[in-house]
Write a protein that binds this ligand. Structure first.
Ligand SMILES: *C/C=C(C)/C=C/C=C(C)/C=C/C1=C(C)CCCC1(C)C
Length: 242
């Protein structure tokens, strides 16, 4: 693990057993490939769906750039690139909230719904950052506040206003909304689990399983950013033939 060398301007050497570094590399390529896929598909869609697919591509593209930095950071220091991680999330998670709005806009969603979700996601991430990087002794408290914001987002899309608009829209929009709801409930829940894994005195006994917080986050990012984007892509594709 400590067998690496870093010379500025050169490529850092990754140990052959550095599986964390491996997931950063794969994450990089996956996000790049997904971005190319979404961007290059844009022309085939009706105008009203293009923005949604464009945002899917922006999410994976922003992630790709951050993965380049995180990959290098990890290779150089063998340390969690927490700062880059949270900048990435602070940009991409609000964009995922925008996706919910863009899909439901066709069915009459108001901008206030979008702003409510964006603000909740920012509260969730800022408090999470405090717990993970600034005030670690109180990680449980920051995690709790963050978790409450997450819970409200889940409530909004599953049972709140957003769910009612989706139900009224029906058809492909409702089907896509439902799948995105599952992403937020199950896919996003991986992050708080990773957070707890990395918090002393909490569940970090699970470290014994050989799990690393960055691997958990990297896998979750791939599922949530690319998978989420594909659901939107699929909705645009299906709505095409209507
Ligand atoms: C592409 C990145 C995504 C979808 C990131 C999502 C991140 C979360 C849902 C993070 C949630 C957290 C909690 C609910 C509590 C502990 C702190 C966080 C920030 C890990």
């Amino acid at each position: 693990m400590t067998n690496f060398m870093f010379i500025p301007g050169l490529v850092a050497r990754l140990s052959p057993t550095d599986y964390v570094g491996f997931t950063f590399f794969v994450g990089c390529m996956a996000m790049m490939a997904a971005s190319a896929f979404f961007f290059l598909s844009l022309n085939q869609f009706d105008k009203k769906w293009r923005t949604s697919v464009l945002v899917s591509g922006l999410i994976t593209f922003i992630a790709a750039v951050h993965y380049f930095y995180m990959r290098d950071y990890w290779a150089a220091f063998q340390e969690s690139p927490t700062f880059f991680r949270y900048i990435d999330w602070t940009l991409t998670v609000p964009l995922m909230c925008v996706e919910f709005f863009l899909i439901l806009k066709v069915a009459g969603a108001k901008q206030s719904l979008m702003w409510k979700m964006i603000i909740l996601s920012l509260v969730m991430l800022l408090t999470g950052y405090f717990g993970e990087a600034v005030d670690r002794p109180n990680a449980w408290l920051w995690g709790l506040i963050s978790g409450i914001a997450y819970f409200i987002i889940v409530y909004e899309i599953w049972l709140g206003n957003a769910s009612k608009i989706a139900a009224a829209a029906g058809g492909n929009v409702l089907a896509a909304h439902k799948i995105l709801c599952w992403f937020v409930l199950v896919g996003w829940s991986i992050y708080p689990l990773g957070y707890m894994l990395g918090t002393d005195g909490w569940y970090n006994g699970i470290h014994g399983l050989g799990l690393n917080i960055d691997v958990v986050y990297n896998i979750a990012d791939a599922i949530n950013k690319i998978g989420f984007g594909l659901v939107v892509y699929n909705l645009a594709l299906k709505s095409q033939t209507n």
